[in-house]
Design a binder for this molecule. Structure first.
Ligand code: XIL
Length: 363
């Protein structure tokens, strides 16, 4: 993004890191942010420099008015946590159902929010008719390619003009830096990646098309593999325009640094891509305590500061914002408390930390 933002944040980094350990517990005002900003929502604090997003749990959105109101007041961007995924939008072959996603997009419009699209090609949450069809041999490779093309065309066309960034390909490289062994790679070969970006671009030429994955926040073997993949796609003229780091952290693993995230993003930006933090959350082994909550604030801080230090990191999205509705306990045994607000929507230290960073970054 803007050079001035980078300079301003770089200058303030040290002071933010120092104040981090002094930040108050949930509920009390944030001294570093100043009295006025303690009650200001993240989207207001971020102003125009950065979109602040959240994944939205559709069931919570329809059933919990407090949750729904907070989605609207706190965030300037949303991502459907599940309802744009293939198993939801095409539960039966040929029967498209965008109703839940349309509902979310209508609310986003009312709230003046941008929308990230998530996700078109993934190995999880595929419809049963598709996986079973491939397993039984009923769907061969040629037919599968046609099905994938249709899916991408239908979905991207449906939302055309309403999505600013699409996670076209999700988690397509494994932790060894190889193309992930998925139904897509096995059946269609590595060229499926060039195809899916081309098909998505045809269906909505204005949306920014992203690769998205976890464990790629800093410079490491996996993000190196993404860099090589992007170079190869660009050399073939493939319209890949963004790189998203999910940002699923855990306090028990420790975190990389903001400057590492920024340095990683910078090398994708040097190739002409936008960057984004797309699914930030920082889980912990339960029960939570004040030390873990403080460490969690540091994890969020690394991700937000890394994004602010990069030049073209235009959105920072958290994967849910309250511990009341979180994917973490269901997926990571014994872990939880990964979000900015607790189960009663009270601010945790991580929330105050993001407020403080955004306030300082405004300059
Ligand atoms: C998760 C959702 O949060 C859960 O509700 C769902 O059951 C499984 O998927 N990386 C991604 C997201 O790209 O789509 C995943 O979302 C979390 C990991």
């Amino acid at each position: 993004m803007k050079v001035s933002r980078v300079a301003a944040v770089a200058g303030l980094l040290a002071s933010v890191l120092v104040t981090a350990s002094l930040l108050p517990a949930a509920g009390s005002p944030a001294p570093a942010a100043g009295a006025n900003s303690a009650d200001r929502p993240l989207r207001a604090l971020a102003g125009r420099q950065l979109l602040i997003g959240t994944a939205v749990d559709y069931a919570a959105f329809t059933s919990d008015a407090t949750y729904r109101a907070r989605v609207g007041s706190e965030f300037s961007s949303i991502t459907a946590e599940n309802v744009m995924k293939w198993e939801v939008v095409e539960p039966e072959r040929g029967h498209l159902d965008f109703s839940a996603a349309d509902d979310l997009l209508a609310a986003a419009r009312r709230n003046g929010q941008h929308v990230r699209g998530h996700t078109l090609v993934w190995h999880n949450q595929l419809p049963a008719w598709l996986t079973q069809g491939v397993d039984s041999g009923e769907i061969d490779a040629a037919e599968l390619r046609g099905i994938l093309r249709q899916h991408i065309t239908d979905e991207v066309r449906h939302f055309r003009g309403r999505i600013y960034q699409w996670d076209v390909a999700n988690e397509v490289i494994d932790d060894n830096g190889q193309l992930r062994d998925t139904v897509w790679l096995r059946e269609l070969g590595p060229s499926y990646l060039a195809d899916v970006f081309r098909w998505a671009h045809q269906a909505d030429p204005k949306a920014k098309l992203f690769l998205n994955d976890y464990n790629v926040e800093g410079v490491n073997a996996k993000s190196d593999a993404y860099l090589a993949l992007v170079k190869s796609l660009l050399a073939q003229g493939v319209p890949v325009q963004g790189f998203g780091a999910q940002g699923h952290f855990g306090v028990q693993f420790g975190f990389t640094t903001a400057s590492d995230v920024a340095a990683n993003f910078a090398r994708f930006e040097a190739l002409g891509l936008e960057t984004a933090v797309t699914e930030a959350d920082v889980r912990m082994i339960m029960p939570a305590d004040t030390v873990k909550l403080q460490a969690q604030a540091q994890g969020y801080s690394v991700l937000l500061q890394g994004c602010l230090l990069a030049r073209r990191c235009n959105s920072f999205t958290v994967w849910g914002f309250t511990d009341r509705y979180s994917w973490v306990p269901g997926f990571f045994d014994g872990e939880g408390a990964a979000n900015l607000l607790d189960e009663n929507f009270a601010a945790k230290p991580a929330y105050s930390e993001l407020q403080a960073i955004l306030t300082l970054a405004r300059g």
